[in-house]
Design a protein around this ligand. Structure first.
Ligand code: APR
Length: 388
């Protein structure tokens, strides 16, 4: 069993297969330090926590994870809060930085005797239709290499080798550019709210998500194509204060911005997620915008489904799970995509003066009013916001 990529999808898959006694090797093009320090997601859905706990992979997040259960919306019509742990299914998020989770998953996998090769870049997957697919690789010293296995799991993200290796015409690629760009910021500053903050403003969206007690993730709707370092730190904080209405609700707690990234909000989904003996999971299967914090949670859900199916096929010969893998995952993926699309429309509206822009702004205003006042709407929101 060869697994491409040591992110949440690849490492959850590797741990579960290893625990079932299945020999697998993870091929990861980056170095271990890079993988363990890459700041990405951080909001774990209850389902994700249950999966990790089920497989003995939740010790770190149980000790250091923070419970999060409130959203605070700040709009030109005022501010309101939703405690989503008392709505819908009544469950909170667990906030646990992804780099911590990946570090835990890696340690567990190595402790269990798992094999991983860092600095090895998969170039292509060959003969996926056959019974012994091969993965051609480039080793750290640039030499070519080749791995063969009964199955290959492509957990190497949107731009990885697995997606590239799907023969033309065998997969449908659904893609949408939402036309919105965010400047993602990581600040060494304590959270300014005890909630996930979503601010809509004529100048654009601003978001606030705690990562730890001393680090906070912020997002600013940003000009498409602008460089991540185009704004000074002072301009960033002033703009965040403005859009989050600090004058009304209190200033944000400032600190050095230690990481920046420009994110064009896009969605894409590959169908089906299987090609012969090659299976896609995580970002390799589908990319979702960060507007609803679903990416890492979908990756873990898919990894467990794939691990169970591969385990059955390799241990008992039962391939029903593999045959049903793609359809089962796609059902979850499209529900997450739909909610993420709804969130993008809730948080952003075109700023133009044309009829369409004005109409969209009125629709957003109405959605916010329903979210503020209607219990059934709030239950729907909570269930989809936290669920996967
Ligand atoms: N060969 C080997 N490894 C590769 C290759 C390649 N050709 N291309 C990419 N990789 C590695 C990357 O270095 C990375 O470590 O694959 C891994 C993919 O990890 P992620 O991008 O984290 O993707 P995934 O595990 O699917 O997690 C998806 O987690 O990062 C969050 O929210 C984010 O939606 C995302 C989710």
């Amino acid at each position: 069993m060869v697994i491409l990529g040591a992110g949440p999808a690849g490492l959850v898959l590797a741990n579960i297969l290893r625990a079932r006694g299945i020999d697998c090797v993870v091929l990861e093009r980056a170095g271990r330090t890079h993988v363990e320090n890459r700041a990405r997601a951080g909001f774990l859905a209850p389902h994700t926590v249950r999966v990790l706990d089920r497989h003995g992979l939740a010790d770190g997040l149980s000790l250091r994870g923070l419970t999060h259960c409130t959203c605070e919306f700040r709009t030109d019509g005022g501010r309101f809060r939703l405690d989503y742990s008392r709505l819908g299914q009544g469950e909170p998020h667990t906030v646990y930085p992804q780099q911590n989770l990946v570090t835990d998953l890696l340690a567990a996998y190595l402790h269990a005797g798992g094999r991983i090769h860092f600095g090895v870049e998969a170039v292509a997957v060959h003969d996926a239709d056959g019974v012994r697919p091969a993965v051609s690789v480039r080793t750290p010293d640039g030499r070519p290499g080749r791995w063969r296995a009964r199955y290959v799991a492509g957990c190497d993200g949107r731009h990885g080798a697995a997606r590239r290796s799907l023969p033309p015409g065998t997969a449908r690629h659904h893609h949408r550019d939402h036309g919105v760009t965010w400047l993602g910021l990581l600040a060494e500053a304590p959270p300014s709210l005890d909630a996930v903050g979503y601010a809509t403003h004529a100048r654009g969206f601003a978001g606030h998500m705690a990562r730890t007690s001393t680090v906070t993730r912020y997002y600013l709707q940003y000009e498409r194509g602008a460089a991540p370092d185009a704004w000074s730190q002072e301009r960033i904080w002033d703009e965040l204060d403005l859009r989050m209405r600090a004058a009304e609700y209190g200033p944000l707690r400032r600190g050095p911005v230690v990481d920046r990234s420009v994110i064009d909000l896009e969605s894409d989904v590959i169908e089906p997620l299987r090609h012969g003996a090659l299976f896609l999971a995580g970002d390799a299967a589908s990319l979702i915008s960060p507007s609803a914090a679903k990416g890492a949670n979908l990756a873990v859900l898919e990894a467990e489904l794939l691990a169970r199916a591969l385990g059955d096929a390799l241990v008992t010969g039962d391939v029903a799970g593999l045959d049903g893998y793609s359809a089962r995952c796609l059902e979850h993926i499209w529900r997450a995509q739909e909610f993420s699309y709804w969130m993008i429309a809730l948080l952003h509206a075109p700023s133009g003066a044309d009829d369409e822009a004005r109409f969209q702004r009125r629709l957003r205003h109405s959605r916010m009013a329903s979210l503020r006042t209607t219990r059934s709407f709030q239950d729907w929101f909570a269930e989809h916001y936290v669920g996967v």
